[in-house]
Ligand binder design. Sequence first.
Ligand SMILES: Cc1cc2nc3c(=O)[nH]c(=O)nc-3n(C[C@H](O)[C@H](O)[C@H](O)COP(=O)(O)OP(=O)(O)OC[C@H]3O[C@@H](n4cnc5c(N)ncnc54)[C@H](O)[C@@H]3O)c2cc1C
Length: 344
Amino acid sequence: MHIHANYSLKKRNTFHIDVQTRYLVEINKQSDIPTLRSDMKLSTLPWVIIGGGSNILLMNDLDKVVVTCAYKKIKVMKEDQDNIWLSVGAGMSWHELVQYTVEKGYWGLENLALIPGTVGAAPVQNIGAYGAEAQDTITRVQALNLFTGEREEFRHSECQFSYRTSIFKQHYVNKLLVHRVTIRLHKQHAGHPNLMYEPLKDAIQKHYPDANEITSKMVFDAVIKIREEKIPDPRIYGNAGSFFTNPVISESYFQKLVAEYPDIPHHKTLDNTYKIPAAWLIEHTQWQKGRKLKNAAISEKHALVLINSGNATGAEIVELSEAIQAEVDHKFGIHLEKEVIIMK
Ligand SMILES: Cc1cc2nc3c(=O)[nH]c(=O)nc-3n(C[C@H](O)[C@H](O)[C@H](O)COP(=O)(O)OP(=O)(O)OC[C@H]3O[C@@H](n4cnc5c(N)ncnc54)[C@H](O)[C@@H]3O)c2cc1C
């Protein structure tokens, strides 16, 4: 366990917002929690959890205890002829886990390569990309209750996973610290590529036209190539990925919109609603890629990604996001919801 006082979070958030917290504590094991709770300075302040800071926007200095999980071990829990179950410490980098599994030849995480952040946030956010989601492989989540210090365990069916959310995000924000995540992966001979997402299928065909066999490493490499072309590198252009979620609208409202905008891209869902790409809506307002407002800007690469283009404050990024929301609302009658979590 480590405790840091008056700690700058600039290197702990991918927007690189320069704010300080009263304390940052790095938790390794269950018994760290009662020790921290018995410290009067720490126990009287509010506690908030962060991982890699890649889906948050920090607004100001925090008079709080920022809690983060530093436990990073990978353990093999079980193995049969076709599958392997790994328990992974929440503090490990998600991308390093994906890389480790594809190097072993396992199937399951390859489509989720290069997503920033930690393993602990993956079930919280139910991260997803290119036709896969964290919930496809997660079988169990072990969390530590920050109030009681007790360990709580959730089977997959208890995690209430859905689009970019889970029970941890809906009910236990800043109460349960995800400590270990168990995933089930297929061994090399027992798995196959998930190429539901057309651009990924095309990239595989383009890069490996003569391949007899596709491996998870080949899919992993193709995903990285696509992502590097489309998404600005947060180490250079501070950002938190998609700032807004893709809105879902009713069938009747979709019919109205399509009459006016016949080329509006859409995806019909199983319950007859329509998901519209937020990036398309933004690009069809005056908020073009690259446009700036103070020290915040829309990325040149992707309209859904807002970037820190100088020494932006959290308030400047929010100001830009609200200007975009207002325009999309005005033009299409659709409210864009923020995917990024605003932390005050
Ligand atoms: C360039 C870029 C691309 C991205 N692309 C994608 C993408 O393709 N798909 C996608 O789904 N997301 C994407 N994201 C968003 C982000 O990577 C994910 O949301 C990621 O899971 C956040 O992980 P983190 O550890 O940084 O969490 P943080 O941003 O630190 O925290 C996010 C939330 O999770 C909670 N949390 C974090 N760790 C824990 C824990 N151990 N226990 C309990 N709660 C915790 C925090 O309290 C907070 O509410 C992208 C972000 C960037 C910067």
